[in-house]
Design a protein around this ligand. Sequence first.
Ligand SMILES: O=C(O)CCC(=O)C(=O)O
Ligand SMILES: [Fe+2]
Length: 250
Amino acid sequence: MTKIISNLNVTKLVVNHPIGPDNPPQLTPCTNKTSNKRLTQDVLQMTNFAVNWADKLTDRQLDKFVTDGWMVIDGVFDHLALQALQAESGFVDYRDAELTAGVRISDIRGDRIRWITKNFFAGYFYLQSINALATLFNQSLFAGIRHSEAHYACYPVGFGYKWHSDNPAGRNERVISAVFYLNDEWTANDGGALEIVDKHGIHHNVMPVANRLVIFDSDLQHQVQIAHRQRYSIATWMRRDGLVPFVEEG
Ligand SMILES: O=C(O)CCC(=O)C(=O)O
Ligand SMILES: [Fe+2]
């Protein structure tokens, strides 16, 4: 198993081991600095992840999304929710990704992933928040989204993800892709930018900085440039089909 260097090295979070569903990381949020009381993930609630998407998304951004096919939202979650997602990303039991369009994955993508299920404390709240965003897209853009799926991803140093669209040839179930980034203090020298070709053929580089959500039409071509630092994210798709969310054993 790949050794994961936790994001916690660069966050303020305090974690006791071992981490698992029965023993979630202990949090010492900034707001609680003066108290000795250790809060745990159990204190997390959906309200910590609630985002007023209608407020966050200006009409201008929605217009940009329709005409250009992509947009970025920064400062998505509050401090506690972000820390919880960062903590969870550092302790996920990552697996190799499966085949993409029949091509051996290791030739195309270097990320290691884990699909988010009910067993994830922070990730599951994240997914519910994304579903609220999907509802907004359905109302304002008639996007026809029926459910969302997401996985944590970790790109080891020296890996990226070659040019692709998120709908392999002949498929169209994925309507909108969204990637949420978890990396504190990421700089241009760390590589790992998401390079995306918009609807007009213009290339854009998006840095994978913490608390940023990049949203794009799943048919757009994009690649992840080689990361020079371990790179953490949550890749998310809003789908038009009614597939039952992914369940993974073990
Ligand atoms: O992490 C990113 O910036 C993009 C990942 C991606 O393209 C994918 O997982 O399909
Ligand atoms: Fe992708």
